[in-house]
Design a binder for this molecule. Sequence first.
Ligand code: ATP
Ligand code: MN
Length: 538
Amino acid sequence: MNEFGLKAKDATISDLGIKHFADAYWNLSPAELVEETIIRGEGMLTDTGALSVDTGKFTGRSPKDKFIVCDETTEKTVWWGDINIKFDTAKFDALYQRVTAYLQGKTLYVRDAYACADPEYRLNIRVVTESPWQNLFAHNLFLRPTKEEILKGIRADWSIICAPGFEADPKTDGTRQSNFAVLNFTKKVILIGGTGYTGEIKKGIFSVLNYVLPHDKQVLSMHCSANIGKQNDTAIFFGLSGTGKTTLSADPNRGLIGDDEHGWAENSIFNFEGGCYAKCVNLSKEKEPQIFNAIRFGALVENTEFYEGTTRVDYENISKTENTRAAYPINYIENAVEPSVAGIPKNIFFLTCDAFGVLPPISRLDAGQAMYHFISGYTAKVAGTEVGITEPTTTFSACFGKAFLPLHPTRYAELLGSKLRKHKVNVWLVNTGWSGGSYGVGSRMKLAFTRAMITAAINGELQKVNFEIMPVFGLAMPASCPGVPSEILNPRNTWMDKNDYDAKASSLAASFIKNFAQYAEFASEEILNAAPKIAINA
Ligand code: ATP
Ligand code: MN
């Protein structure tokens, strides 16, 4: 039971009840963690020097296996249901014992990190991982304390124990299956087992902050990316997975604040994290140079494949998963802003990947529409690889991040609403999805066009053009936009068969209305009036 590395003299993981481990390495450098990973046969270097690993059976999060301990702290505050699944206190204690017992005799990796770039909200985190590359992930994604701070000793506000090799037994452990991520708000511990998917680590802390910040500090926590221009004009980009938060926030002409999780306090916004977690599918140097170039020594690439006989990553190969990822510290993006704090946003973009091809590539929202679309949190998923299935499915995830919200969505919506009333903010809905028809017929919006539309919105160029109102959804669509062919701005124009378009628009509108019913009782007249209008046929 030796504890080595960079740590305060008396710092020990015995405090966490972890005993009889082999060795614990504290705060190893990226180079040391890379070396450890390679020695253990758990990864290899790519030709650009990034560390390539497989996360194992799980290549994505497992929302059905995310639990929150239901006790005095959480019972009356958490929004219980299938997003926040109850876990019994005694079961948690027993599972904790079993996980720590499992770690006996193992080499462990310990990391001191923190979340929230604004010092007022700093949350210190201690991460104990079974594998060195998970520790590298924590190093890259969270904020990094200085050597001096670590040597002085940092009291962890929250701890994460990550044991991918531990398999739970649902019968005794109270889990659904062998993997789990359990949050305990009283003990301030996140216990992760049975899965090596690193995203569970970052989204675990995101869920914690989505509780702590709005509940205790009146700060709005947001599933969004953020960047800032030379005029100090902040823009934020909300959106569900795959809609473009990471891609669109990396803009050579603007400073990157963060790619996924932010807080909105009284006078500023701040990043929760110290790194990015980018999707890599079809990544190319030409289309996304900043992200491509960030995948170098110190970065972690997950579940990708190499071109045969080389160590060059083939980003088009998604045979392990479509969710291939790269994790790198934020300063690997050239114009990242550190500390990642900025002023109140001037522009808010709601990103949606509408695979039905119905929503306009960009539209301006009024106050009621902004709230309506925030609460709806719409995107679409394209069908998997099953032959013959081409119809996309709708996803409605409140606040563009329902899966990570421990409190009722209206808590976040109220906070956003009051901020929108207080500050003059332009709100835009951006469809990064299909144009010219639904998935299967049309094609995905060109990234260069989406970028041009966002630039025009930010520069104020879209304030000068005419708008037309899209029927049914009532969205204001610009008639022209620099750098974008005008004919694509109204999606109906891009469809061969206008009747098909109208039918698809009505059915999407009906899905919005059906989904919103669950929130209608909480919504004001102004928000309800922003709903799409369709003639309901029985
Ligand atoms: P997550 O929450 O899972 O991190 P995200 O919102 O950050 O998701 P991105 O990583 O930015 O999503 O993924 C968007 C993907 O869509 C990228 O692979 C990008 O190359 C691709 N893409 C294609 N066309 C567009 C477009 N017009 N706008 C934005 N992204 C596009
Ligand atoms: Mn992202």
